[in-house]
Design a protein around this ligand. Structure first.
Ligand code: HEM
Length: 508
């Protein structure tokens, strides 16, 4: 072999080694080991099932479940994801130690890709510590303030109309989301000085503009989360993010009054652990997003279901009217606005209707990084091993909410599904065993949503006020509830694929 032949052979050998090394690195040679879940790499190298999973996650998982059963591993964009769809494993898996299954690894990707900061364990600790400000006495204060805000806003619009009982038309998703967004924004992030009694016109207008930008930003979130935004989308998303950072700049936030303790304490703790103003502002925006993105669509769905099910609307309204009468808060023409604590509002039918709409329309994926080989024991007794370095994905929506054994006729809205005839909460079982948690719209275990009590109370207050003050109808009573936007599966509350028109007028 002459010199050049030797050089050529060496170059080809290096190239081959690089290609093989690359293929090895992206897992092209990965084989299923004993006790590991069925492996499905799809047909496209590296990408695997990435495109289908991103576009139609629900259809994809349903198909994979038919093919492989309740546990399987798929290649998705260079990463191996273990999907577990057996609800009996969810308790142990979500309580598993963070040394084995870590929520943090995934939170870091989200905070980095969407909010442009690196979530650290210290930040996570602060967040956990502050969940106490979304419970108990603090929660009561938030509810009270939200109720005041919502009433002022709902009734203020009416006073501008000629003849108090004329119908007004609007789009239900936009109306519901905007109304709860404005009220919750002012409740959590405070009001401009001296505007606590009277929400100023200008402030509401500004909140309305913030809401429109929020909606626009949120449209980019699924692609941002996967790091798959095209350059034009990236530019638009970054422009919006800059506007939010400016709006929620920590110094500006502190110029407000009546800021919720949750926001204040959170920020003070971050300052104490030495976080810069820039990071604290980014975290303000993260908090705005997490506190609003799921609740708006959730109040839309409960109202849409009630409008489409007159028997449910009547039963819930009768219940609300009766309780308000019992607590001396009946609304009549000229009566003062409602001032009642939710502890006094025992509304089992409304509570059940809210649970039912959360069951049907909240679909989070719960992600965990697999930090060391971890065993999963399935309901049938089989044990599988999740490989270190992969990720685990749980879908309570598919595994639990849509299980016909737990919920017969699972796609139907049955407003009283969660309540016994005596008003107590119904229990549900699987394989003959009572389930500790029969729905998991707020996640579970270490990363469970700290805002869950406030979220449910927001839904409750919103429905109580809408039903008390307004008659409501769909503009086209034949119109079906819109199907959900497929790409919103996995991000919490599902979004409708289009809006629907409704009309409302004062009842009294
Ligand atoms: C219907 C409304 C809501 C739904 C469906 C919802 C659902 C969720 C889910 C599924 C998670 C992630 C859980 C996990 O990965 O295991 C989460 C996290 C979070 N939610 Fe909510 N949420 C709602 C409303 C709220 C509200 C109103 C707030 C605050 C006021 C809030 C604050 C948070 C925070 C701070 C986190 C991050 C927790 C962490 O990093 O440990 N959420 N939420």
């Amino acid at each position: 072999m002459n010199f050049w032949e030797t050089v050529l052979c060496a170059s080809l050998a290096s190239l081959l080694a690089i290609i093989l090394g690359g293929l090895y690195a992206i897992g092209a040679f990965r084989k299923r080991k004993p006790k590991e879940p069925p492996l499905d790499k799809g047909l496209i190298p590296w990408l695997g099932h990435g495109i289908t999973f991103k576009k139609t996650p629900f259809a994809f998982l349903t198909e994979m479940r038919k093919k492989h059963g309740d546990i399987f591993t798929c290649l998705v964009g260079g990463k191996y994801l273990h999907f577990v769809l057996d609800p009996c494993t969810y308790g142990p898996l979500t309580r598993e130690s963070e040394n084995k299954l870590d929520f943090h690894a995934f939170a870091t990707i989200i905070s980095g890709n969407i909010f442009d900061f690196q979530a650290s364990k210290a930040l996570d600790k602060v967040a956990k510590m502050n969940s106490k400000y979304l419970k108990g006495k603090e929660l009561g204060a938030l509810d009270h303030r939200l109720m005041e805000m919502l009433q002022t806003m709902m009734l203020r619009c009416q006073q501008h109309k000629e003849g108090e009982k004329s119908w007004q038309e609007d789009t239900l998703f936009h109306f519901s989301f905007k109304t709860i967004f404005q009220a919750a924004f002012l409740t959590l992030f405070g009001t401009e000085p001296q505007s606590q009694e009277n929400i100023k016109e200008r402030e509401l207008k500004q909140c309305g503009e913030i809401f429109e930008m929020f909606l626009e930003f949120d449209r980019f979130v699924p692609q941002m989360a996967f790091g798959m935004l095209d350059p034009s989308g990236k530019e638009k998303a970054e422009r919006l993010r800059n506007i939010f950072w400016d709006l929620l700049d920590v110094e500006k936030v502190y110029e407000k009054e009546n800021i919720s303790t949750w926001i204040v304490k959170q920020d003070q703790n971050l300052a104490e652990i030495g976080e810069s103003d820039g990071i604290r502002t980014r975290i303000m925006f993260l908090f705005l997003w997490v506190s609003q993105v799921n609740t708006g669509p959730a109040v839309f769905w409960i109202l849409a279901f009630l409008l489409k099910h007159p028997e449910a609307m009547k039963a819930v309204r009768d219940e609300v009217d009766r309780i308000l009468r019992e607590v001396g808060q009946e609304v009549k023409p000229g009566s003062p606005s409602i001032n009642v604590s939710l502890d006094m509002m025992k509304t089992p039918l409304l509570d059940s209707a809210i649970q039912e709409s959360l069951r049907l329309r909240v679909s989070p994926f719960l992600f965990r990084g697999v930090m060391q080989d971890t065993e999963v024991r399935m309901a049938n007794g089989r044990v599988y091993i999740l490989r270190k370095g992969d990720a685990l994905v749980l879908s309570p929506f598919i595994a639990l909410h849509m299980d016909p054994e737990i919920y017969p006729d699972p796609h139907a809205f049955k407003y009283d599904r969660f309540v016994n005839p005596d008003g107590t909460r119904k229990e549900f079982s699987k394989n003959g065993k009572t389930l500790r948690h029969s729905i998991l719209p707020f996640g579970a275990g270490h990363s469970m949503c700290p805002g869950r009590y406030f979220a449910v109370n927001e839904m409750k207050i919103f429905v109580i006020l809408m039903l008390t003050y307004f008659d409501m109808e769909l503009v086209n009573p034949e119109e079906e509830i819109p199907p959900v936007k497929e790409s919103s599966y996995g991000f919490g509350t599902l979004k409708p694929s289009c809006d629907m028109r409704f009309k409302y007028r004062l009842r009294f």
